[in-house]
Design a binder for this molecule. Structure first.
Ligand SMILES: C[S@@+](CC[C@H](N)C(=O)[O-])C[C@H]1O[C@@H](n2cnc3c(N)ncnc32)[C@H](O)[C@@H]1O
Length: 283
């Protein structure tokens, strides 16, 4: 059970709410421009596994943020009224509601551990870079199994860390001593099992209500760009929240020249992050 604040909310959830109030839309800004093998983004990895269903699949996005994935599904022809998203953050959901493509979709502020949907409501439950942040993960899995129809698909993209030798690793290496010096309010987020193969097998296997072990595939997301673009992407990671302005400026001053030194053409900075797609089928 996660540590709680005096309101009863896990402290990690209070952190996430505060962070996304300050930076709504930051995940899609960073990752919609990411590319996998020169093709689509990491959001496409999830859109690609939505099962076909007569009249269009009913899909729920857990931790939907600003609705980027849901809008991508409407662009692929899924009826907006068949799409739903939930998130802890009111500010993220407001951005989703501002998307015209989602005006007929249900965007609900709630915890993934307590879903306000009837049993068997969805053909697919998706979660992009959110499932791995959730506390009380067994409760989330129980809810996913409950709201999925038999043979429905649960698919999540979880983060897998930086590629050795490029600017994301450099950024984390420069940030670590600064955070140790100034202190950091970032709590431990999510359940480590979501990041390990054995942990995912334990969470999403037969005992939890799925057909068998989940299918797991790893991908590198190419987030290369100018030093400015890469800084914008990396400087909204959770570990940067409430970093004092002078510490931020110090990091920026060290990062930009060192990142440019990694560039082949003096302009484009290499930046990659590994992600893992996990797909499980409900029994
Ligand atoms: C890194 S963001 C990803 C947002 C979106 N899926 C995307 O990729 O653009 C993680 C999101 O998960 C949400 N979240 C984390 N834990 C949650 C929970 N227990 N219930 C609902 N939403 C949660 C956060 O509020 C945040 O918007």
């Amino acid at each position: 059970m996660a540590a709680r604040t005096e309101t009863g909310r896990p402290s990690s959830e209070s952190f996430l709410v505060a962070f996304h109030r300050a930076h709504p839309g930051c995940t899609s800004e960073a990752f919609a421009r990411g590319r996998i093998d020169g093709g689509g983004s990491s959001y496409h990895l999830l859109a690609d596994v939505v099962p076909a269903a007569p009249g269009g699949a009913r899909v729920l996005d857990l931790g939907c943020g600003d609705g980027h994935l849901l809008e991508l599904l409407t662009a692929r022809g899924l009826p907006p009224s068949a799409l739903a998203g939930i998130d802890l953050s009111g500010e993220e959901l407001d951005r989703g509601r501002a998307r015209r493509a989602l005006s007929a979709s249900a965007l609900v502020q709630c915890r993934a551990q307590e879903l306000p949907f009837a049993a068997g409501s969805f053909h697919a439950v998706l979660s992009h870079l959110a499932f791995m942040l959730m506390d009380d993960i067994e409760e989330v899995v129980e809810e996913v199994v409950r709201v999925l129809a038999p043979e429905g698909t649960f698919a999540t993209v979880v983060g897998g860390g930086p590629k050795v030798g490029d600017s994301f690793e450099l950024f984390l290496d420069l940030l670590a001593p600064i955070r140790r010096r100034v202190g950091s309010p970032t709590p431990r987020l999510g359940d480590r099992r979501c990041l390990r193969e054995e942990g995912l097998h334990e969470l999403l296997g037969r005992a939890a209500g799925f057909e068998g072990p989940p299918r797991i595939d790893d991908f590198a997301v190419d987030l290369r760009g100018t030093a400015d673009a890469v800084w914008r992407t990396l400087s909204t990671i959770y570990e940067m929240h409430e970093l004092p302005a002078d510490a931020r400026a110090e990091l920026h001053g060290r990062f930009v020249p060192a990142a440019l030194a990694l560039s082949d053409d003096g302009v484009t900075v290499p930046c990659s992050m590994f992600v893992r797609r996990v797909v499980a089928t409900r029994r």
